[in-house]
Design a protein around this ligand. Structure first.
Ligand SMILES: NC(=O)c1ccc[n+]([C@@H]2O[C@H](COP(=O)([O-])OP(=O)(O)OC[C@H]3O[C@@H](n4cnc5c(N)ncnc54)[C@H](O)[C@@H]3O)[C@@H](O)[C@H]2O)c1
Ligand SMILES: O=C(O)C[C@H](O)C(=O)O
Length: 349
């Protein structure tokens, strides 16, 4: 175990510590309690990972930010460690350091994997990203079986079942602790509704249910807070815009990747909500989880009450319009296809 980089500020001892090693280092061999949460970020050097790391480093609830990637982690960690917030930063690079990266983590956020290019669907990422999520989940099962796992890696509709199957195989699966991050759909919906209606975007709440791809993304415009009425024309324009917002960014980036900055914000919001839940501050967020909210499908995103055990209550889709119910019905076969693909990937491997 070689500690090759320790950075501390003179005036603020122990404020910020960067450490990494060529053969894995275990600075956190004890479990961080929800009083001092450890957040592990897997894929930390990527387009999402870097700005998400920046936001997590500034989150006063994060005590230890553990950065993991297959490349470039020490540089990102050194950079973040110079920020004058209290989270300790550690760097872990490559498979040999993954165990230490996630060991005793309270929350693990996963944006590891390849993004789309124009013309691709999220499902086109399956062949590369399925194996990445499976392998990360296998180590998490051993090193941090109690962690709350927030999966950003696409296709989320399949990667959540993949991680869940791996945890099941290892005998440590808890459906209350595995989340597909759909917060970006909520963030976008809130931005678009606020823009359309002249509302304060920071006070606009739009639940989004279903999954995280195309027709499985279902904004519940009938449930917007503050209560807002939409014309049929508005609904039929806004709904597909929200469903295709990821593609809008992919096309605008023209080959340079997909949403990173808005996703980083969304990921930081969701991680913060999970930590607040762990600390007993119950709060409601939408996320894609194992769910009985809708008949005939095993994973579905709805508003959830988050608490000390992860999902405390599945709040369901609530009262929806006839238009929204049609979208929910249409999403079920598509989700089942995505889920079955993920499950058989693990069972057949
Ligand atoms: N859920 C959502 O709403 C949402 C939003 C945006 C992007 N995404 C998805 O997030 C993923 C990442 O996007 P990005 O723009 O950050 O991509 P990116 O290519 O910029 O970064 C991915 C990072 O993952 C790392 N990585 C690859 N294999 C790894 C492994 N085995 N272990 C750890 N790290 C590994 C890479 O080195 C890279 O640093 C993509 O799959 C993308 O589709 C999801
Ligand atoms: O669209 C993508 O491929 C990335 C992400 O899922 C998004 O919604 O922006």
């Amino acid at each position: 175990m070689v500690l090759f980089s320790v950075v501390e500020t003179m005036s603020l001892p122990a404020k910020s510590l960067v450490s990494a090693s060529s053969n894995g280092i275990r600075l956190a061999s004890y479990r961080y309690s929800s009083q001092a949460p450890k957040v592990a970020l897997l894929g930390a050097a990527g387009g999402i990972g870097q700005p998400l790391g920046l936001l997590l480093k500034q989150d006063p609830l994060v005590a230890h930010l553990s950065l993991y990637d297959v490349v470039n982690t020490p540089g990102v960690a050194a950079d973040l460690s110079h920020i004058d917030s209290n989270a300790k930063v550690t760097a872990h690079t490559g498979q040999a350091e993954l165990f230490a990266a996630v060991e005793n983590a309270d929350v693990i956020v996963i944006p590891a994997g390849v993004p789309r290019k124009p013309g691709m669907t999220r499902d086109d990422l399956f062949n590369t990203n399925a194996g990445i999520v499976r392998d990360l989940a296998a180590v998490i099962a051993k090193a941090a079986p109690k962690a709350l796992i927030a999966i950003i890696t696409n296709p989320v509709n399949s990667t959540v079942p993949i991680a869940s199957e791996v945890l099941k195989k290892a005998g440590v699966y808890d459906p209350k602790r595995v989340f597909g991050v759909t917060t970006l759909d909520v963030v976008r919906s809130q931005a678009f509704v606020a823009e359309l209606k002249g509302h304060d975007a920071t006070k606009t709440i739009v639940p989004v249910v279903g999954g995280h791809a195309g027709i499985t993304i279902i904004p519940l415009l009938s449930q917007v807070t503050p209560a807002t009425t939409f014309t049929e024309a508005e609904i039929s324009k806004l709904t597909p815009r929200i469903q295709d917002a990821g593609t809008e960014v992919v096309n605008a980036k023209a080959g340079a990747g997909s949403a990173t900055l808005s996703m980083a914000l969304a990921g930081a919001k969701f991680a913060n909500a999970l930590i607040r839940g762990l600390k007993g501050q119950k709060n409601v967020q939408c996320a894609y989880v194992a769910s009985n909210a809708v008949n005939g499908v095993e994973y579905f995103s709805t508003p959830l009450e988050l608490g000390p055990n992860g999902v405390e209550k599945i709040l369901g889709v609530g009262k929806v319009s006839a238009f929204e119910q049609k979208l929910i019905d249409a999403s079920v076969p598509e989700l089942n296809k995505n889920i079955a693909k993920g499950v058989s990937f693990v069972k057949g491997n």
